[in-house]
Design a protein around this ligand. Sequence first.
Ligand code: PMV
Length: 352
Amino acid sequence: MEASDEGVVSWKAPSNLAIIKYWGKHGRQLPANPSISLTLSEAHTHTRLRYSKANQYQPAGPEIHFRFEGQAKPAFEEKIRKFIHGIFSEYYPFLKDYRLDIESENSFPHSSGIASSASSMAALALCLTDIEYTLQGKACNSAFYRKASEVARLGSGSAARSLYPYMAEWGAHRDISDASDLYAIDFSDRIHDIFKSYHDDILIISGREKSVSSTAGHALMHNNVYAPARYQQANDRLSALLPVLKSGDVETFQKIAEDEAMTLHALMMCSEPSYILMEPGTIEVIRKIRQFRQDTGTQVCFSLDAGPNIHLLYPDSEKEKVGNFVQVALIPHCVNGKVIRDMAGTGPAKSI
Ligand code: PMV
């Protein structure tokens, strides 16, 4: 067997938290508005992919075998097979003769309520692109990450942003000439250092499965009467955020981050049909964070994903004060006292 007939690639890719939220899409996974996110470090997916020449011709696409955390997971395997079969002829045509054995694991428990689609799709896209670059004898350059980001986007929109250190931007925007709806870009050299050690404590308010998936939530934006105003607002907020990210103006950053979190959930509540993903504990914790900030002047704010859990954001200089506050006032609201202490991270990494 020739060297290129088989091999193993392995990548760790992080989750990310959007500061300007992507909510609403069109066409082939294209965003209705641009978004920007903090790349996390602790919450990640590790994927290992063994490729080998298949024994027989496979008209539908590569033969796929998938295991999650050491176990067969037929539903996940089918999802991954469908995804790869949907993209390979356009992005990795050489794969059709291959068999792919994929193994994946998350650093966070499945029941923690943390979405794994961003980190898992980013890790898979990195592995697929790595096979191509390895077979062609090319080194991982910026085109490598751009391709992986584009492919990750097709798996899950927010995954496009899990490819870069510290912060990533996805979606065309009037003030960012290299921004694109097709892939995310590295924003790490356009931000103040304070954001490179920013903390994100994820307070697990509920580990239950979401009642409405993100896919269904995005779709409901098509008939949401506020959608045009929202898309305009996201563009305007991103314009306002750019100088803030550059200067390290934490106060304005906090205001924009919280406004975006509240807008995301307001859009859910005024969708038709309306739905609520916040839990009573989410609101109680939001109130406590705002009160604590008002009383003590501590630089701390919250964000929310499409779920009830709180992302507590603060600069490294506030870690003692916020740590005590979390311990005393917020942990009682968390399921089994569960908090995932995360922070801005250096992005994906190739592993062995
Ligand atoms: O990537 P999706 O389809 O799971 O959508 C993610 C949407 C939010 O997490 C709510 C916002 C975002 O920009 O990540």
